[in-house]
Design a protein around this ligand. Structure first.
Ligand SMILES: Cc1cc2nc3c(=O)[nH]c(=O)nc-3n(C[C@H](O)[C@H](O)[C@H](O)COP(=O)(O)O)c2cc1C
Ligand code: SF4
Length: 443
């Protein structure tokens, strides 16, 4: 495994993505320009050939921050250079993964940082039309982005002949309607086309056949926001942060049982323990930790003995989980794990688009069985039954929403089995008292 950032690295770390968050008027063009804003985009458009930009982004090692960690420059290089079709950029600002609230901070507080990243991407790939697909509930972010786009047009940073070059770019904000599945890239493109947010089988990947069946780059907000910094400070600087396989700064969204929840920018590879105790001030009442969900609700749970896991793509993979969207949910030792997992099950069952049987039926059955285990009506065979259903949900569907329930569920069944067996055996008198007041439907 590659070297991880030492605690001393993380203490000396200087945030870049969030450096202006909380400052007055940080969302305005005047503020952004007075702090060197758009310098990187101007330099890139004037001095770099598109291929040189793609090459530099590949060398920086920037990986997509939307969940899968796919190398950004490599993705751009899949877009055909010569094509008679238009090419598109769609910035994924859907941010629906439970426990994730980082892109929102950029959209609301520093939208020009994102627009600068969009300019660099579109110059590199030869794109003249970009969309920002933002979740419907993110009203403030949509307003701030629209205002920033208006300012950029007025200044000549969007529109025709940008920075005096043969470079035209139009950017439009598109508000979604709050469906989790519209964060999945092909579902998002269908929704943007005006259809239902149904994911499509890949290949073809969007880079080759995406929006309106044209080559399309899909990148997350945070991914794009990294670009100005790479071109301002250089590849060497960028690679000096984080780990060999996961370079750069990362926005961690920490919620649940911590004293100081919030969005924290730290180097990739920071140990989970440091994030929880040094950055977020530990657990209220100095209680112990029962489990941590490290990468949004799709990520397998970690146990209390896994707090030294490096928060990098490879570190979490080695631990059998994933960095995902870096939505870190901390559960203290008073947490009812069945209740937490049932919550996850309800979410995925509700959000399944229903196209694939293993997902549509699997999510429903997992929720139902977890509900009866939770309610004190579990059967001794239920743990194995849920596990078996989950086996049928992994790797068998159009998109990975199905896996996104099966993986955390299986991690809980495996890591906390004795606790679950005990809960089933004793019949949950605590929960039954609650149910006596408000009975749940019989299963
Ligand atoms: C069910 C599901 C939901 C997703 N939701 C989001 C999301 O809200 N935001 C996001 O950026 N990526 C989301 N993704 C990942 C996208 O499909 C895509 O990989 C990502 O936007 C690519 O950007 P990146 O390479 O910059 O990470 C989701 C994936 C799945 C399977
Ligand atoms: S896996 Fe689930 S959400 Fe994804 S396409 Fe199939 S049914 Fe829809």
């Amino acid at each position: 495994m590659s070297a991880i950032s030492k605690p001393s690295d993380t203490l000396a770390f200087e945030p870049v993505l969030t450096r202006y968050i909380g400052k007055k008027d940080s969302h305005t063009l005047d503020f952004y320009l007075s702090h060197g804003g758009y310098d990187a985009a101007k330099r890139v458009v004037r001095d770099y050939k598109p291929d040189e930009v793609i090459d530099a982004v590949k060398k920086s090692g920037l990986r997509g921050r939307g969940g899968a960690g796919f190398p950004c420059g490599l993705k751009w290089s899949f877009v055909p250079k010569k094509t008679d079709k238009p090419k598109y950029l769609v910035c994924n600002a859907d941010e629906s993964e439970p426990g994730t609230f980082k892109d929102r901070v950029i959209n609301e507080e520093d939208p020009h940082q994102l627009l600068e990243g969009i300019l660099i991407t579109c110059w590199a790939v030869g794109i003249e039309t970009a969309y920002i697909y933002i979740r419907g509930e993110m009203w403030r972010g949509a307003q701030r982005l629209k205002a920033a786009i208006d300012e950029a047009y007025a200044k000549g940073y969007l529109g025709k002949k940008i920075f005096g070059k043969k470079f035209n770019l139009d950017v439009t904000v598109h508000r979604g309607a709050g469906a989790y599945i519209c964060g999945e890239e092909t579902g998002m493109l269908s929704s943007l086309e005006g259809g239902r947010g149904y994911p499509k089988l890949k290949p073809p990947f969007p880079a080759v056949e995406g929006l309106f069946r044209c080559p399309t780059v899909v990148n997350n907000v945070e991914t794009l926001a990294n670009l100005p910094h790479i071109f301002n400070r250089g590849i060497e600087w960028y690679r000096s942060i984080g780990t060999e396989e996961s370079p750069g700064p990362k926005l961690f969204c920490v919620s649940g049982h911590v004293n100081k929840p919030g969005v924290y920018e730290r180097p990739l590879g920071i140990p989970l323990r440091e994030l929880i105790y040094d950055v977020c001030g530990g657990i209220p009442g100095d209680r112990g930790i029962r489990a941590v969900i490290p990468g949004g609700s799709s990520a397998p749970f970690l146990g209390p003995d896994e707090l030294d896991t490096p928060m990098s793509y490879e570190g979490l993979k080695d631990a059998g989980s994933m960095l995902g969207s870096a939505g870190v949910i901390v559960l203290d030792d008073t947490t009812d794990l069945l209740s937490a997992l049932l919550n996850v099950g309800k979410f995925y069952h509700h959000e399944s688009c229903g196209q694939c049987t293993p997902c549509r039926e699997g999510c429903g059955w997992v929720e139902k069985i977890l509900q009866r285990m939770h309610d004190g009506r579990g059967r001794s065979e239920d743990i194995d039954l849920v596990d078996e259903i989950c086996n049928q949900m992994v790797g068998k569907t159009i998109c990975v929403l199905s896996d996104a329930l099966a993986m955390p569920a299986q991690s809980v069944l495996k890591k906390f089995r004795p606790e679950l067996e005990k809960l089933i055996a004793q019949g949950r008198p605590d929960v039954l008292c609650e149910l006596a007041r408000e009975p749940s439907p019989a299963l």
